[in-house]
Ligand binder design. Structure first.
Ligand SMILES: Cc1cc2nc3c(=O)[nH]c(=O)nc-3n(C[C@H](O)[C@H](O)[C@H](O)COP(=O)(O)OP(=O)(O)OC[C@H]3O[C@@H](n4cnc5c(N)ncnc54)[C@H](O)[C@@H]3O)c2cc1C
Length: 372
């Protein structure tokens, strides 16, 4: 029997530094299969704009594959059943470690599964409960992993099942998705803005104030190992490298908490946004799918400490709308601000008037987003 690798593409839509695709080339045949997030059919978990964003990313990945066919189905079990009658099948997936994503893989328990490394900078570093000791140990003792090369897939050995072939989603082509846009963004940002990053990163809104790598990282269109290496090569002490270590911190910890149960009444809180800055941030997020790090902190703090909202409901609101939603980074930050975990100071409560004075003294941001 011929050996076939089925590479499940989830949040790893790239060809550079892709261990699973590289491994698939050692099998007799291989098939590339795109998956949707497990929360896809739950409207309260993914807003329509984030769905389009993900679909646009899958379109871009299919385009990047060139002659290699991408496959797609909502009934992966049937496809695997079909293939297993003809071939010896192994599933390959990039590890993500989050509960729902892991559970999804368990659905395919009849097919052997090979998990490759997650998109992290370090392989199993020593953990600490808070960020600073974690970072210090990394900087002193750990060695960042070296990113893999670009994978070239052999068209001769690619399986092509016409009935499962991916058809392009009818959504706009976005500049904020796709591996080629991701690599161009990294090249541009590191060349032009790295020096000013530490001064501008806290702005509420400005082109190039921060890297905007998060959209690409959320889709796995870029290797974090590669970005980290590129930053260190230019400026080892740059603040941007430190922010990527925050991502690393949350990824290495994983997400360990229970989401608010389904059906719980979580509506009505949006009417309680009485501060104009909180309202403006809310409006920007629902209109664009992105808000700056400072805005995420301000709104999260406001919802937790002024509105009295359960932090898990706030986190679920961000999950639905943020295009760069990342299970570990989102929930890790919410726990940090709520003082549930990770923060040695036991949570972060921001004074919105002071934040407004500091970051929007002319009221430009509030006026722009007041009415959306
Ligand atoms: C409550 C809350 C929820 C958040 N939810 C998410 C989320 O779902 N997805 C997400 O990618 N980021 C999230 N962040 C982190 C951060 O706000 C975004 O990564 C950042 O604003 C994205 O813009 P950027 O890529 O231009 O960031 P930059 O400032 O350019 O940072 C570069 C990269 O460093 C990492 N990073 C930056 N800030 C943090 C941080 N506070 N924690 C962990 N990693 C960080 C991200 O990977 C980011 O892309 C959240 C922050 C808060 C306070």
């Amino acid at each position: 029997m011929e050996k076939v690798a089925v590479v499940l593409i989830r949040n790893d839509r790239r060809l550079h530094d892709h261990e699973g695709l590289a491994l698939s080339q050692s099998f007799d045949r291989y098939l590339v299969l795109a998956m949707l997030p497990p929360q896809w059919d739950e409207p309260s978990r993914i807003a329509p704009a984030r769905k389009s964003f993900i679909q646009s990313s899958i379109n871009a990945f299919a385009k990047g594959l060139g002659p290699i066919p991408l496959h797609f189905t909502r009934t992966t079990e049937l496809l695997l059943e079909h293939l297993s009658k003809i071939f010896e099948v192994t599933l390959i997936a990039e590890a993500q470690g989050a509960e729902e994503e892991d559970q999804e893989l368990r659905r395919f328990k009849d097919t052997p599964l090979h998990l490759t490394r997650p998109n992290t900078i370090f392989d199993r570093p020593e953990l600490s409960p808070t960020f600073t000791p974690f970072r210090k140990k990394l900087e002193k003792f750990a060695k960042a992993s070296i990113p893999g090369e670009r994978v070239f897939l052999d068209p001769e050995r690619a399986l092509d099942l016409p009935e499962y072939r991916f058809q392009r989603f009818e959504v706009p082509t976005l500049a904020t998705v796709g591996e080629s846009n991701a690599r161009a963004r990294v090249a541009h940002y590191l060349e032009s803005n790295l020096e000013s990053y530490s001064e501008t990163r806290n702005y509420l809104e400005a082109q190039d104030a921060s890297s905007r790598f998060s959209n690409f990282l959320a889709n796995g269109e870029i290797s974090v190992r590669w970005i980290y290496q590129e930053i260190l090569r230019r400026d080892p002490d740059n603040w941007l490298a430190l922010e990527l270590l925050w991502r690393e911190f949350f990824w290495q910890h994983g997400a360990t908490f229970i989401l608010p149960s389904r059906g719980r009444n979580v509506s009505g809180w949006e009417k309680k946004l009485s501060h104009p800055l909180a309202q403006a941030i809310h409006n920007e997020l629902t209109a664009t799918g992105y808000i700056s790090n400072r805005s995420r902190q301000i709104l999260a703090s406001y919802l937790i400490y002024e509105v009295g909202l359960d932090w898990k409901i706030g986190g679920a609101f961000y999950e639905a709308h943020l295009h760069d939603y990342d299970v570990f980074v989102n929930w890790g930050n919410w726990q940090y601000i709520a003082g549930v975990k990770f923060d040695p100071r036991g949570g972060r409560r921001f004074n919105l008037d002071l934040q407004q004075e500091k970051y929007d003294p002319e009221g430009t941001y509030i006026r722009k987003w007041a009415e959306s």
